[in-house]
Each structure stands twice: as C-alpha cells, then as structure tokens.
Design a protein around this ligand. Structure first.
Ligand code: PNS
Length: 161
C-alpha cells in the first residue's frame, strides 16, 4: 500500500491545506493527515478541536484519515509504515525551511519528502493570517471551510477579541 503523510499544525485547517490533502489522496492509496501536538506552543484551537474540524472536512476523501502525533515526524511515519511526506510549497520563502526539514528527515530515517506547489488561489494563505483577519472581524469564508469559519467567529466572539 502506498501511504503518504500530510503533517502540520492545522491551527486551523485552511483551504490551502485541504487542496494539498485532496490532491495527495489522488496520488496515494492512503493519506494520513498528522496533527502535531506541541505542548510548548499554545494554539488558538485545542488539538481535539483541530481534529474535529479536520475530520469533518476530509470526510469526502475516503482514503484519508486523521491522527495526532508527538515528537519526531519520522518516528510517526515509521510507526504508520509511511515512507513519504507530502508538503505544500506556497512560495520561494517556504523553500529554505522546508528543504532543511526534508533533508533532516531523509538523513534521520530515509523518509522522502515530496513538495507539491500550492494552487495559486491559496499561495498567500496561512493559518496565522486567517486567524489575524478573523480576530478583527474580517471575512475569511473564501479561505477556510465553513466549519472553520464558524468556529473562528465563535472563538473570537467568546473572547471579545
Ligand atoms: O503546519 P506547520 O506548523 O508548518 O507544520 C510543521 C511540522 C509539524 C510539519 C513540523 O514542525 C514537524 O514535522 N514537526 C515535528 C517535529 C520534528 O520532526 N522536527 C524535526 C523536523 S526536521
């Protein structure tokens, strides 16, 4: 079975992430969307909330599933018997860091990284940008799935911004 991992923080998932996940499901038998649990970085959404949103938005892709992981991505890949990581590249600015991680992961465990160019529609998009716009009441509905737009609105309403 050809199995790929799409890793990330997904705080929250955007249409850019979803584009990469959906395209990867057409290339591999199984795609594992892997959410990093990073105790040292407090996100806007809890891991459980991120997983819930992801579960909902990947429902149309029967060969995708969601997992969370701690520690090294290569250890997660090994445990899942996945040899390929697929990452989206939005712009040249993504490349330096992504290349470092890809080369480290190859050296650590022989895990391959494949870079997939982001759909130009989403090339400026990031979870951070979406959170910043939503925080100040901006409309992010073109950039995130509906469930995410709703959760962002609820979260910022509850916090009074
Ligand atoms: O969505 P992000 O925050 O850009 O995702 C980054 C992620 C989760 C893919 C990366 O930080 C990662 O793989 N973290 C796991 C820890 C690890 O393996 N670090 C060494 C990378 S060479």
């Amino acid at each position: 079975m050809r199995r790929a991992v799409c890793p990330g923080s997904f705080d929250p998932v955007t249409n850019g992430h979803l584009d990469i996940i959906g395209r990867t499901t057409r290339l591999y038998d199984e795609v594992i969307v892997a959410v990093l649990v990073n105790e040292s970085k407090k996100g806007l959404f809890t891991i459980e909330e991120r997983l819930e949103m992801l579960r909902e938005v990947i429902a149309p892709y029967p060969n995708a599933r969601i997992e969370s992981f701690r520690g090294l991505l290569v250890d997660f890949c090994r445990a899942q018997q996945a040899t390929v990581v697929v990452k989206g590249l939005r712009a040249v600015s993504d490349f330096d860091y992504e290349l470092q991680m890809a080369q480290m992961n190859m050296g650590l465990a022989g895990v391959e990284t494949l870079f997939m160019p982001t759909n130009p529609q989403h090339s400026f998009l990031s979870s951070s940008l979406v959170k910043d716009v939503a925080k100040w009441g901006g409309d992010v509905s073109a950039h995130v799935p509906e469930v995410v737009a709703q959760r962002l609105a609820e979260r910022f309403k509850a916090s009074g911004r």
